[in-house]
Write a protein that binds this ligand. Structure first.
Ligand SMILES: [Zn+2]
Length: 71
């Protein structure tokens, strides 16, 4: 009985480890997708990365030059 109980606990532990190991990798892949998201510059229509883009109001600009052209 004790051996069977240990076997069941062992199987549950293995299943838990598989699920715990999978979840962080999914989060990392989602973050990579977000960081490589492309946005269109409102002035020159060039696509640049969201991290590099300048947000002014509700529009994105690729550089300060494009942002100043609008004003
Ligand atoms: Zn631009």
């Amino acid at each position: 009985m004790i051996l069977k109980l240990l076997l069941v606990i062992g199987v549950i532990a293995v299943v838990y480890f598989i699920f715990i190991k999978k979840k962080p990798s999914d989060k990392i892949s989602k973050n990579e997708e977000q960081s490589s998201e492309m946005v269109e510059c409102a002035t020159c229509k060039v696509y640049c990365e969201l991290d590099d883009a300048i947000l002014s109001g509700s529009k994105y600009y690729c550089s300060k030059e494009c942002l100043e052209k609008v004003k």
